[in-house]
Design a protein around this ligand. Structure first.
Ligand code: AMP
Length: 413
């Protein structure tokens, strides 16, 4: 168990800018208490399976610098989940009332055209996030549930929204505009927005630091490869192209999402298979990607299946590699020069064989893999040789810290 004295001293040490970062999904509420200034994590946890089985049993975990606690609890909604999280802080520490919190920071997936910076949440902002629900029907409602639950539980604190789309507001029109009729674009908001902003921003900054260069002078490709996956071309610290579009379904092959798809597929399946828009939407979110290709949405399971000789799993990995090579090459041309490629998130940080397959095929750009460094990579690691014309790195992402850091601009104003 935690000793209260030890935790208090941890908190005093980082009393600068402790913030609570909240990331609410449709059936989960993840949280992290950290010092926004230096990223020191004081606690983190999650409540999962919220509202499932009629709210009968959610699973929760809470981790401090010294211990980890797991519980099962009835949990019907995000308000109940927030109560579970606050109870965990009260029971296992650190005590939030002693933490000197400067605010609560919420991840919101879609900020549309309106939100390009972190913003203090007031009724007008809540209404605007609600108005953006049609652009992110799976994500923004859950984000709103999390905000409302946290505001009710911690009413005296300032709550800030940080948007996944915001980092990409610098996309040039040629990259953000779809070739569709004007009313689709002007009236219905049809364009490329991009997602995973905090991750791309954080990894791009760290990659510049690893290169020993000013971010303003770096041309980078960041490959965020997790359950959701997206690529980003970063020029001088600004996003200039990215693979996700109007929604997080576009671009790379993901756990259950297809990525790039001919738009004719929707009409084709409607006419031939009698598929409704709702069925199609559901399948795009849940049944495609690695899942659709080989029956596993988890990349570790896909690799196990490859080792067992499953040809469907082999093809799935080949498609993943094909797209990563294609997107990196295209972004290198867009950038006009490529200084480094950064791999991040669960697959990017851990799947050494996948990184090797991608980098081997990027030899045309003078990429030269350091086989041993890649195989042994742990934490921030350069995985190309010193002779390589383009550097490649593994850079573990830290979205919570990036969100906390960026929120400080409005919290300490
Ligand atoms: P994330 O969404 O960033 O948590 O990443 C989840 C994905 O990372 C899943 O597909 C996992 O299978 C994959 N992953 C996690 N650890 C490993 C590993 N050691 N090797 C390969 N893939 C991994």
């Amino acid at each position: 168990m935690d000793s209260a004295g030890g935790l208090v001293s941890d908190l005093t040490q980082h009393a600068g800018d402790p913030v609570l970062v909240v990331n609410a999904g449709s059936s989960s509420l993840k949280y992290e208490l950290l010092a926004a200034g230096d990223g020191t994590r004081m606690a983190r946890g999650a409540v999962e399976r919220i509202g499932e089985d009629g709210g009968a049993q959610a699973e929760a975990w809470h981790e401090t610098s010294r211990s980890r606690h797991e519980t099962s609890d009835a949990c019907a909604d995000h308000h109940a989940a927030m109560d579970i999280a606050l109870r965990a802080f009260a029971t296992h520490g650190p005590r939030l009332e002693q933490a000197g919190l400067v605010g609560v920071v919420h991840r919101v997936v879609h900020g549309g055209d309106r939100f390009v910076d972190p913003v203090v949440i007031d009724p007008d902002v809540l209404a605007a996030i609600e108005a953006l629900v049609p652009l992110a029907p799976l994500h923004n409602p859950a984000n709103l549930d999390g905000i409302r639950a946290a505001q009710a539980a911690l009413p005296d604190l300032t709550h800030v929204a940080v948007f996944d789309t915001a980092f990409h507001h610098t996309l040039p029109a040629a990259a953000s505009t779809f070739a569709v009729p004007r009313p689709w674009r002007q009236q219905w908001g049809v364009r490329r927005y991009g997602f995973h902003g905090p991750s791309h921003a954080y990894v791009a900054r760290r990659t510049a630091a690893l290169l020993g260069r000013d971010p303003a002078d770096c041309k980078l490709v960041v490959l965020h490869l997790g359950n959701g996956a997206s690529a980003c071309a970063v020029d001088g610290g600004r996003s200039v192209d990215t693979s996700m579009g109007l929604s997080p379904l576009d671009g790379l092959v993901m756990g259950t999402r297809p990525g790039w798809l001919d738009p004719a597929v929707a009409g084709h399946l409607a006419r031939l298979a009698g598929m409704s828009i709702d069925e199609f939407d559901h399948a795009l979110a849940h049944d495609c990607g690695l899942q659709g290709l080989c029956g596993h949405n988890d990349f570790r399971a896909v690799m196990d299946a490859c080792r067992d000789g499953d040809p469907d799993a082999d093809l799935a990995v080949e498609i993943v590699v094909h797209r990563l090579v294609g997107v990196t090459g295209a972004y290198a041309a867009t950038l006009g020069r490529l200084d480094a490629i950064a791999f991040t998130a669960g697959i990017g940080e851990h799947a050494a064989d996948l990184r090797a397959a991608v980098l081997d095929r990027l030899g045309i750009f003078g990429v030269e893999l350091d086989v041993a460094a890649n195989a042994a990579a742990s934490g921030e690691t350069r995985i190309t040789t010193t002779k390589s014309a383009v550097a490649a790195y593994v850079v573990p992402t830290n979205e919570a810290w990036e969100m906390a850091r960026s929120a400080l601009t409005v919290l300490t104003r």
